[in-house]
Design a binder for this molecule. Structure first.
Ligand code: NAD
Length: 546
């Protein structure tokens, strides 16, 4: 029983370490990489707090060094999904009833462990398993995940504080209950931080979770699970399993206690989930919460008044960091004819300086794409340019090589048609398509941009003319959930730019903000009357006094 209200002050963002030559962190990270590469890890599922191995082993290899074996994970079967749901439901009542300060301490401790003891191991696992360079791993698997944990504790303590008014004679209260049942978290390969945030944001609110990461992120996901266990997460609160997507979906979405899905991944998978949930709707005890952040076709629109060097830097970083495998990555750019030649020649020169290779060589800016399926899908778009009958051409890059890993050069496609396929579809790789418009047609081109793709995740505008900035900001109001002015469309920071898009890009529930946490809470309103009325009659229906 506690008799105090516990508040958690707004944290500061975790400081990004530089990994510059000679720094202590660079040495520590290199040592962690060497240690992990020296092991063949045997990664179990975690069900009810226990390590589960079924011998159905699947290999894990670095995308940039496919000859090396990092280890194995144990692929889950249907029974493991049932076991994970059962374990979660057994843990539910005790977890939902735990006092807020004790629940909060677990996640604050996990953040601290990640910031200190586990930082380099976690970054090394993300670098090796997902082919991120040191900086991309640091901003994701260390800083962003630490920020998600600390900021969500702060936001939730603010939500719990929000209470209705109570006139004299009564007390009105809002209780923020956990959902009845279990939450399914299905997470993508490209951010270790998203993998960690989707299950923990729901769990922090008192929910129990079945967590299914992408197969290509299991290596780093399992490190985070070790951290949660060391932080004291009770058995069964988060159960980490590795079934195929359809298997987890079929079982979880048919369960009467299915209370919600927290998803990040592609639009097609999310739409399939929504359809299945809709057709099963009569089976559930409550209406499930459906939260999904999905694909994008993120734009950079360059106004004729733009600063060329700023545009070039934004395109180089925004389109090609982490090989363009960010949902927010710039993948189509609209250039005005008055600046196009200069932007293109400077961009081509910059891309020529980007070194590509494995992550253990810190001088490499570009590493490999995640797996063979992604490699094939991305290179199909590149090859398609060659058969486009002049609708598009390769401005630079375009080569690829899978002999050692899944390497694709940073590639810029020039489209003559703003509706060319690579201007419309999500490619999810190091491919940027540019389209040059007539300088005086910038207003009409905004319409083209707005109507070209079904997505609305991120977008950036560049201009020096303030009237143009104001005009574009209004004209593109529905084109992006995260909108950038004179900056690249990537790199959202928790607490600073809450992240999420609309249209086909998701439910826009803004991960890393209070808006997201509300989805994992079910409020109960309590009215208590101190002195109850004892007569049903009101004055108005008494007879007039003669
Ligand atoms: P994906 O859709 O292939 O996989 C995401 C997750 O869904 C994985 O765990 C996968 O195993 C699972 N899955 C696949 N089919 C399933 C099914 N039928 N039922 C249930 N689960 C299923 O996506 P990915 O390749 O891991 O990630 C890339 C995609 O994620 C891109 O489209 C990208 O734009 C998107 N993304 C969006 C955001 C965002 O915030 N909007 C962030 C990161 C990634």
């Amino acid at each position: 029983m506690n008799n105090a209200y516990f508040d958690y002050a707004e944290p500061k963002n975790e400081v990004v370490l530089s990994y510059a030559p000679g720094s202590a962190e660079r040495k520590a990270l290199q040592a962690a990489i060497a240690e992990l590469k020296g092991q063949v890890r045997d990664v179990p599922m975690y069900i009810d707090g226990k390590e589960v191995r079924n011998g159905n082993k699947k290999e894990m290899r670095p995308p940039h060094e496919t000859a090396h074996l990092l280890g194995y994970y144990h692929e889950s079967e249907e029974q493991h999904v049932h076991d994970a749901i059962d374990a979660a439901l057994r843990a539910r009542d005790k977890w939902a009833a735990m006092s807020w300060e004790h629940r909060a301490s677990i996640f604050m401790k996990a953040a601290e462990l990640l910031a200190t003891k586990y930082r380099f191991r976690m970054n090394a696992a993300t670098m090796l398993g997902q082919s991120k360079n040191a900086y991309q791993a640091e901003i994701d698997s260390a800083c962003e995940l630490i920020d998600f944990l600390r900021f969500n504790v702060h936001y939730l303590s603010q939500i719990y504080k929000q209470q209705p008014v109570s006139p004299v004679g009564m007390d009105n209260r809002l209780e923020y209950r956990a959902l009845e049942g279990f939450v399914l978290a299905v997470t993508p390969f490209n951010f270790t931080a998203i993998g960690g945030n989707l299950p923990t944001s729901a769990a922090m609110c008192g929910n129990v979770v079945v967590w299914k990461p992408a197969n290509t992120q299991i290596y780093s996901a399992s490190v985070f699970m070790e951290i949660l266990i060391e932080a004291g997460l009770p058995d069964g609160v988060i159960n980490l399993i590795y079934p195929s997507g359809p298997v987890v979906g079929d079982i979880c979405f048919a369960h009467p206690q299915f209370a919600g899905v927290h998803f990040t991944g592609s639009t097609g998978v999310f739409q399939h989930m929504w359809k299945t949930i809709g057709s099963n709707i009569a089976r559930y005890k409550s209406y499930p919460r459906i939260v999904g952040e999905t694909g994008g076709k993120d734009f950079v629109f360059v106004h004729p008044s733009s600063n060329v060097d700023a545009v070039v830097a934004a395109l180089a970083r925004g389109a090609f960091e982490y090989q363009g495998q960010k949902c927010s990555a710039a993948s189509r750019a609209y250039l005005p004819a008055n600046l196009a030649a200069e932007i293109k020649s400077k961009l081509v020169a910059e891309l020529a300086t980007m070194k590509m290779g494995p992550v253990d060589d810190f001088t490499n800016f570009i590493n490999a794409v995640i797996d063979e399926k992604a490699f094939n899908s991305i290179t199909r778009y590149i090859d398609g340019v060659k058969n486009s009958n002049g609708a598009a051409s390769i401005l630079c890059g375009g080569k690829y090589d899978k002999s050692k890993g899944w390497f694709i050069e940073p590639t810029v496609i020039e489209a003559n048609d703003p509706a060319y396929v690579t201007m419309c579809e999500e490619i999810f790789g190091p491919v940027l398509t540019i389209y040059t418009y007539e300088t005086d047609k910038w207003i009409q081109t905004l319409d083209v941009l707005d109507n070209t793709s079904p997505y609305a995740l991120t977008g950036a505008i560049f201009a020096q003319d303030r009237h143009a900035i104001e005009y574009m900001t209004k004209a593109l109001v529905n084109s992006a959930g995260n909108f950038y002015i004179n900056d690249k469309p990537t790199g959202a920071v928790v607490g600073q730019q809450p992240f999420g898009g609309a249209r086909a890009s998701g439910t826009n529930d803004k991960a890393g903000s209070a808006l997201n946490l509300y989805r994992w809470l079910s409020a109960r309103t309590i009215k208590e009357t101190y002195v109850s009325p004892t007569d049903y009659r009101y004055p108005f229906h008494q007879p007039d006094v003669k």
